[in-house]
Design a protein around this ligand. Structure first.
Ligand SMILES: NC(=O)c1ccc[n+]([C@@H]2O[C@H](COP(=O)([O-])OP(=O)(O)OC[C@H]3O[C@@H](n4cnc5c(N)ncnc54)[C@H](O)[C@@H]3O)[C@@H](O)[C@H]2O)c1
Ligand SMILES: O=C(O)C[C@H](O)C(=O)O
Length: 308
Protein backbone atom coordinates (compact mmCIF):
# COMPACT_ATOMS: atom_id res chain seq x y z
CA UNK A 1 0.00 0.00 0.00
CA UNK A 2 1.56 3.27 -1.19
CA UNK A 3 0.31 6.52 0.31
CA UNK A 4 1.32 9.99 -0.85
CA UNK A 5 0.90 13.03 1.37
CA UNK A 6 1.22 16.40 -0.37
CA UNK A 7 2.22 19.20 1.97
CA UNK A 8 4.86 18.22 4.52
CA UNK A 9 3.79 20.99 6.90
CA UNK A 10 2.07 20.62 10.26
CA UNK A 11 -0.89 18.45 9.16
CA UNK A 12 0.93 16.51 6.43
CA UNK A 13 3.78 15.51 8.70
CA UNK A 14 1.44 14.64 11.58
CA UNK A 15 -0.67 12.49 9.28
CA UNK A 16 2.44 10.72 7.88
CA UNK A 17 3.62 10.09 11.43
CA UNK A 18 0.31 8.50 12.53
CA UNK A 19 0.13 6.40 9.36
CA UNK A 20 3.67 5.14 10.00
CA UNK A 21 3.06 4.43 13.69
CA UNK A 22 -0.03 2.39 12.81
CA UNK A 23 2.27 0.40 10.47
CA UNK A 24 -0.26 -0.69 7.81
CA UNK A 25 1.29 1.03 4.75
CA UNK A 26 4.46 -0.17 3.03
CA UNK A 27 5.37 3.29 1.77
CA UNK A 28 4.56 6.94 2.47
CA UNK A 29 5.82 9.62 0.06
CA UNK A 30 5.84 13.20 1.33
CA UNK A 31 5.76 16.00 -1.27
CA UNK A 32 6.31 19.70 -0.65
CA UNK A 33 7.13 22.72 -2.75
CA UNK A 34 9.67 24.10 -0.24
CA UNK A 35 13.13 22.87 -1.28
CA UNK A 36 14.37 20.00 0.91
CA UNK A 37 11.48 20.29 3.38
CA UNK A 38 9.71 17.00 2.57
CA UNK A 39 13.05 15.18 2.36
CA UNK A 40 13.97 16.54 5.81
CA UNK A 41 10.63 15.63 7.39
CA UNK A 42 10.84 12.14 5.87
CA UNK A 43 14.36 11.59 7.22
CA UNK A 44 13.39 12.86 10.68
CA UNK A 45 10.33 10.58 10.73
CA UNK A 46 12.39 7.58 9.52
CA UNK A 47 14.73 8.14 12.44
CA UNK A 48 11.75 7.47 14.74
CA UNK A 49 11.12 4.06 13.11
CA UNK A 50 13.36 2.01 15.40
CA UNK A 51 12.06 3.96 18.40
CA UNK A 52 8.37 3.64 17.51
CA UNK A 53 8.64 0.16 15.98
CA UNK A 54 7.34 0.63 12.45
CA UNK A 55 8.55 -0.62 9.06
CA UNK A 56 6.74 1.87 6.81
CA UNK A 57 9.27 3.46 4.46
CA UNK A 58 8.89 7.25 4.37
CA UNK A 59 10.55 9.28 1.61
CA UNK A 60 10.31 12.94 0.63
CA UNK A 61 10.50 14.90 -2.61
CA UNK A 62 10.49 18.54 -3.63
CA UNK A 63 7.77 18.53 -6.24
CA UNK A 64 8.85 15.43 -8.20
CA UNK A 65 5.51 13.70 -8.77
CA UNK A 66 7.13 10.77 -10.60
CA UNK A 67 8.06 9.58 -7.08
CA UNK A 68 4.34 9.35 -6.25
CA UNK A 69 3.52 7.10 -9.23
CA UNK A 70 1.32 4.13 -8.39
CA UNK A 71 -0.06 5.61 -5.16
CA UNK A 72 -3.17 3.85 -3.86
CA UNK A 73 -4.19 6.80 -1.68
CA UNK A 74 -3.08 10.45 -1.79
CA UNK A 75 -3.77 13.09 0.84
CA UNK A 76 -3.78 16.79 -0.11
CA UNK A 77 -2.75 19.03 2.78
CA UNK A 78 -0.86 21.61 0.69
CA UNK A 79 -2.01 25.16 1.16
CA UNK A 80 -2.01 27.93 3.71
CA UNK A 81 -3.62 27.58 7.15
CA UNK A 82 -5.70 30.36 8.70
CA UNK A 83 -4.47 32.80 11.31
CA UNK A 84 -6.46 33.89 14.39
CA UNK A 85 -9.56 35.88 13.44
CA UNK A 86 -9.79 34.43 9.91
CA UNK A 87 -12.39 32.04 8.53
CA UNK A 88 -11.46 28.96 6.51
CA UNK A 89 -13.33 30.43 3.55
CA UNK A 90 -10.83 33.30 3.36
CA UNK A 91 -8.14 30.80 2.28
CA UNK A 92 -9.85 30.03 -1.03
CA UNK A 93 -7.93 32.62 -3.08
CA UNK A 94 -4.56 30.93 -2.51
CA UNK A 95 -5.55 27.34 -1.81
CA UNK A 96 -7.77 26.78 -4.85
CA UNK A 97 -4.82 27.25 -7.22
CA UNK A 98 -2.64 24.92 -5.13
CA UNK A 99 -5.27 22.16 -4.83
CA UNK A 100 -6.07 22.39 -8.53
CA UNK A 101 -2.47 21.81 -9.69
CA UNK A 102 -1.68 19.22 -6.99
CA UNK A 103 -4.79 17.12 -7.72
CA UNK A 104 -4.01 17.10 -11.45
CA UNK A 105 -0.36 16.10 -10.88
CA UNK A 106 -1.36 13.29 -8.52
CA UNK A 107 -3.92 11.76 -10.87
CA UNK A 108 -1.53 11.99 -13.83
CA UNK A 109 0.95 9.74 -11.99
CA UNK A 110 -1.61 7.52 -10.25
CA UNK A 111 -4.78 7.20 -12.33
CA UNK A 112 -6.32 4.73 -9.84
CA UNK A 113 -5.66 6.84 -6.76
CA UNK A 114 -8.19 7.61 -4.01
CA UNK A 115 -7.84 11.29 -3.03
CA UNK A 116 -8.37 12.63 0.48
CA UNK A 117 -8.70 16.42 0.51
CA UNK A 118 -7.74 18.29 3.69
CA UNK A 119 -6.80 21.82 2.53
CA UNK A 120 -9.34 24.50 3.45
CA UNK A 121 -12.00 25.52 2.75
CA UNK A 122 -12.21 21.74 2.61
CA UNK A 123 -15.73 21.10 1.23
CA UNK A 124 -15.09 23.53 -1.62
CA UNK A 125 -11.60 22.12 -2.26
CA UNK A 126 -13.15 18.63 -2.45
CA UNK A 127 -15.67 19.89 -5.00
CA UNK A 128 -12.81 21.51 -6.92
CA UNK A 129 -10.89 18.21 -6.94
CA UNK A 130 -13.92 16.62 -8.64
CA UNK A 131 -14.05 19.34 -11.27
CA UNK A 132 -10.31 19.13 -11.97
CA UNK A 133 -9.84 15.36 -12.05
CA UNK A 134 -13.23 13.94 -13.05
CA UNK A 135 -12.56 10.94 -10.81
CA UNK A 136 -15.57 8.83 -9.82
CA UNK A 137 -17.28 10.15 -6.70
CA UNK A 138 -16.23 7.20 -4.51
CA UNK A 139 -12.57 8.16 -5.03
CA UNK A 140 -12.64 11.74 -3.72
CA UNK A 141 -13.10 12.18 0.01
CA UNK A 142 -13.00 15.37 2.04
CA UNK A 143 -11.73 15.10 5.62
CA UNK A 144 -13.53 17.30 8.15
CA UNK A 145 -16.29 15.39 9.89
CA UNK A 146 -13.94 12.80 11.40
CA UNK A 147 -12.03 15.63 13.08
CA UNK A 148 -15.14 17.57 14.08
CA UNK A 149 -16.65 14.40 15.57
CA UNK A 150 -13.48 13.79 17.60
CA UNK A 151 -13.77 17.32 18.96
CA UNK A 152 -17.47 16.75 19.67
CA UNK A 153 -16.61 13.62 21.69
CA UNK A 154 -13.93 15.57 23.57
CA UNK A 155 -16.47 18.26 24.51
CA UNK A 156 -19.14 15.66 25.37
CA UNK A 157 -16.75 13.77 27.64
CA UNK A 158 -15.84 17.04 29.35
CA UNK A 159 -19.50 17.93 29.96
CA UNK A 160 -20.43 14.41 31.07
CA UNK A 161 -17.30 14.06 33.21
CA UNK A 162 -16.91 10.70 31.49
CA UNK A 163 -14.02 8.93 29.76
CA UNK A 164 -13.97 9.66 26.02
CA UNK A 165 -14.14 5.91 25.30
CA UNK A 166 -17.63 5.91 26.88
CA UNK A 167 -18.88 8.58 24.48
CA UNK A 168 -20.10 8.45 20.89
CA UNK A 169 -21.29 11.21 18.58
CA UNK A 170 -21.09 12.52 15.06
CA UNK A 171 -20.85 15.89 13.31
CA UNK A 172 -22.19 16.26 9.78
CA UNK A 173 -22.51 19.31 7.49
CA UNK A 174 -19.91 21.72 6.20
CA UNK A 175 -16.48 21.95 7.83
CA UNK A 176 -16.90 25.58 8.85
CA UNK A 177 -17.50 27.54 12.04
CA UNK A 178 -21.17 28.05 11.20
CA UNK A 179 -21.84 25.01 9.00
CA UNK A 180 -21.12 22.11 11.35
CA UNK A 181 -24.12 20.11 12.53
CA UNK A 182 -23.22 18.23 15.74
CA UNK A 183 -25.93 15.59 16.16
CA UNK A 184 -26.54 16.03 19.90
CA UNK A 185 -29.85 14.11 19.72
CA UNK A 186 -28.01 10.97 18.61
CA UNK A 187 -24.97 11.30 20.90
CA UNK A 188 -24.66 8.61 23.55
CA UNK A 189 -22.81 7.63 26.67
CA UNK A 190 -22.47 3.84 26.50
CA UNK A 191 -25.70 3.60 24.42
CA UNK A 192 -27.69 5.97 26.65
CA UNK A 193 -28.70 9.32 25.05
CA UNK A 194 -26.51 12.05 26.54
CA UNK A 195 -29.64 14.13 27.22
CA UNK A 196 -30.30 11.73 30.13
CA UNK A 197 -27.19 13.04 31.86
CA UNK A 198 -26.86 16.75 31.01
CA UNK A 199 -29.20 19.69 30.55
CA UNK A 200 -30.28 21.10 27.19
CA UNK A 201 -28.37 24.24 28.06
CA UNK A 202 -25.12 22.32 28.66
CA UNK A 203 -25.67 20.35 25.45
CA UNK A 204 -26.11 23.58 23.50
CA UNK A 205 -22.80 24.75 24.94
CA UNK A 206 -21.14 21.49 23.80
CA UNK A 207 -22.55 22.05 20.32
CA UNK A 208 -21.28 25.63 20.12
CA UNK A 209 -17.82 24.71 21.49
CA UNK A 210 -17.58 21.93 18.89
CA UNK A 211 -18.45 24.22 15.99
CA UNK A 212 -15.67 26.67 16.86
CA UNK A 213 -13.19 23.89 17.74
CA UNK A 214 -10.78 24.85 14.95
CA UNK A 215 -11.04 28.59 15.63
CA UNK A 216 -10.42 28.05 19.37
CA UNK A 217 -7.18 26.18 18.63
CA UNK A 218 -6.12 28.69 15.98
CA UNK A 219 -6.43 31.46 18.56
CA UNK A 220 -4.34 29.51 21.06
CA UNK A 221 -1.68 28.29 18.61
CA UNK A 222 -1.43 31.27 16.23
CA UNK A 223 -2.03 28.83 13.34
CA UNK A 224 -4.46 25.96 12.92
CA UNK A 225 -4.25 22.57 14.63
CA UNK A 226 -2.39 19.48 13.39
CA UNK A 227 -2.39 16.55 15.86
CA UNK A 228 -6.11 15.75 15.72
CA UNK A 229 -6.32 16.61 11.99
CA UNK A 230 -3.37 14.28 11.30
CA UNK A 231 -4.90 11.51 13.41
CA UNK A 232 -8.27 11.93 11.70
CA UNK A 233 -6.71 11.67 8.23
CA UNK A 234 -4.73 8.58 9.26
CA UNK A 235 -8.02 6.99 10.41
CA UNK A 236 -9.57 7.50 6.96
CA UNK A 237 -6.43 6.22 5.22
CA UNK A 238 -6.38 3.13 7.43
CA UNK A 239 -10.09 2.41 6.86
CA UNK A 240 -9.47 2.41 3.09
CA UNK A 241 -6.10 0.63 3.16
CA UNK A 242 -7.37 -2.11 5.48
CA UNK A 243 -10.86 -2.29 3.87
CA UNK A 244 -12.41 -1.72 7.31
CA UNK A 245 -15.92 -0.68 6.13
CA UNK A 246 -16.07 1.83 8.99
CA UNK A 247 -18.52 4.74 9.06
CA UNK A 248 -17.05 8.25 9.17
CA UNK A 249 -18.71 11.54 8.32
CA UNK A 250 -16.83 12.70 5.20
CA UNK A 251 -17.34 15.36 2.57
CA UNK A 252 -18.66 13.64 -0.53
CA UNK A 253 -20.34 14.67 -3.77
CA UNK A 254 -24.09 14.41 -3.22
CA UNK A 255 -26.54 13.57 -5.95
CA UNK A 256 -29.92 13.83 -4.25
CA UNK A 257 -28.95 12.23 -0.92
CA UNK A 258 -30.26 14.30 2.00
CA UNK A 259 -32.15 16.33 -0.64
CA UNK A 260 -28.88 17.94 -1.77
CA UNK A 261 -27.04 17.90 -5.10
CA UNK A 262 -23.99 19.29 -6.85
CA UNK A 263 -21.91 19.99 -3.76
CA UNK A 264 -19.55 18.18 -1.41
CA UNK A 265 -20.58 18.24 2.24
CA UNK A 266 -20.10 16.04 5.31
CA UNK A 267 -22.45 13.06 5.67
CA UNK A 268 -21.88 9.57 7.07
CA UNK A 269 -20.20 7.20 4.61
CA UNK A 270 -18.81 3.67 4.72
CA UNK A 271 -15.08 3.63 3.91
CA UNK A 272 -13.42 0.56 2.46
CA UNK A 273 -10.96 -0.45 -0.26
CA UNK A 274 -12.99 1.38 -2.93
CA UNK A 275 -13.03 4.63 -0.99
CA UNK A 276 -16.59 5.76 -0.31
CA UNK A 277 -18.53 2.50 -0.62
CA UNK A 278 -21.88 3.83 0.56
CA UNK A 279 -23.47 7.10 1.59
CA UNK A 280 -25.49 6.37 4.71
CA UNK A 281 -28.78 8.28 4.88
CA UNK A 282 -29.88 8.61 8.49
CA UNK A 283 -33.23 9.99 9.60
CA UNK A 284 -32.75 13.57 10.69
CA UNK A 285 -35.40 15.53 12.57
CA UNK A 286 -36.74 18.79 11.15
CA UNK A 287 -34.28 21.02 13.03
CA UNK A 288 -31.31 18.91 11.90
CA UNK A 289 -32.57 18.92 8.29
CA UNK A 290 -32.92 22.71 8.39
CA UNK A 291 -29.45 23.10 9.86
CA UNK A 292 -27.95 20.84 7.16
CA UNK A 293 -29.79 22.74 4.40
CA UNK A 294 -28.47 26.04 5.77
CA UNK A 295 -24.97 24.57 5.95
CA UNK A 296 -25.26 23.44 2.31
CA UNK A 297 -26.22 26.99 1.28
CA UNK A 298 -23.01 28.25 2.89
CA UNK A 299 -20.89 25.65 1.07
CA UNK A 300 -22.57 26.47 -2.25
CA UNK A 301 -21.88 30.15 -1.71
CA UNK A 302 -18.17 29.39 -1.24
CA UNK A 303 -18.20 27.05 -4.27
CA UNK A 304 -19.53 30.00 -6.25
CA UNK A 305 -16.21 31.78 -5.69
CA UNK A 306 -14.33 29.09 -7.64
CA UNK A 307 -13.21 29.94 -11.15
CA UNK A 308 -14.24 26.74 -12.92
N1 LIG B 1 -9.89 19.63 6.75
C1 LIG B 1 -9.44 19.77 7.98
O1 LIG B 1 -10.04 19.26 8.92
C2 LIG B 1 -8.17 20.51 8.23
C3 LIG B 1 -7.52 20.41 9.46
C4 LIG B 1 -6.34 21.11 9.66
C5 LIG B 1 -5.81 21.89 8.63
N2 LIG B 1 -6.46 21.98 7.46
C6 LIG B 1 -5.92 22.73 6.34
O2 LIG B 1 -4.78 22.04 5.83
C7 LIG B 1 -3.90 22.95 5.19
C8 LIG B 1 -2.49 22.75 5.72
O3 LIG B 1 -2.38 23.15 7.06
P1 LIG B 1 -0.97 23.07 7.81
O4 LIG B 1 -1.20 23.51 9.19
O5 LIG B 1 -0.33 21.76 7.56
O6 LIG B 1 -0.15 24.21 7.02
P2 LIG B 1 1.42 24.31 6.87
O7 LIG B 1 1.71 25.68 6.38
O8 LIG B 1 2.10 23.83 8.09
O9 LIG B 1 1.74 23.26 5.70
C9 LIG B 1 1.32 23.43 4.39
C10 LIG B 1 2.44 22.94 3.48
O10 LIG B 1 1.99 22.98 2.13
C11 LIG B 1 3.13 23.27 1.33
N3 LIG B 1 2.71 23.69 0.01
C12 LIG B 1 2.19 24.87 -0.39
N4 LIG B 1 1.96 24.86 -1.72
C13 LIG B 1 2.32 23.64 -2.17
C14 LIG B 1 2.30 23.01 -3.44
N5 LIG B 1 1.85 23.64 -4.52
N6 LIG B 1 2.76 21.74 -3.53
C15 LIG B 1 3.20 21.09 -2.45
N7 LIG B 1 3.26 21.63 -1.20
C16 LIG B 1 2.81 22.89 -1.08
C17 LIG B 1 3.84 24.36 2.13
O11 LIG B 1 5.19 24.51 1.71
C18 LIG B 1 3.70 23.81 3.55
O12 LIG B 1 4.83 23.04 3.93
C19 LIG B 1 -4.50 24.33 5.45
O13 LIG B 1 -5.24 24.76 4.34
C20 LIG B 1 -5.40 24.11 6.65
O14 LIG B 1 -6.44 25.06 6.72
C21 LIG B 1 -7.63 21.31 7.23
O1 LIG C 1 -9.49 25.48 11.89
C1 LIG C 1 -8.82 25.42 10.85
O2 LIG C 1 -8.68 26.39 10.10
C2 LIG C 1 -8.12 24.15 10.48
C3 LIG C 1 -8.99 22.96 10.45
O3 LIG C 1 -10.05 23.09 9.56
C4 LIG C 1 -9.45 22.55 11.83
O4 LIG C 1 -10.67 22.41 12.03
O5 LIG C 1 -8.60 22.37 12.72
Amino acid sequence: MKVTVVGAGAVGASCAEYIAIKDFASEVVLVDIKEGFAEGKAMDLMQTASLNGFDTKITGTTGDYSKTAGSDIAVITSGIPRKPGMTREELIGINAGIVKSVAASLVKESPNVILIVVSNPMDTMTYLAHKVTGLPKNRIIGMGGALDSARFKYRLAEALEAPISDVDGMVIGGHSDKGMVPLTRLATRNSVPVSEFISDERLTQVKEDTKVGGATLTKLLGTSAWYAPGAAVSGLVQAIACDQKKIFPCSTLLDGEYGLSDLCIGVPVVLGKNGIEKIVEINLDDAEKAHLAESAEGVKKTNGLLEL
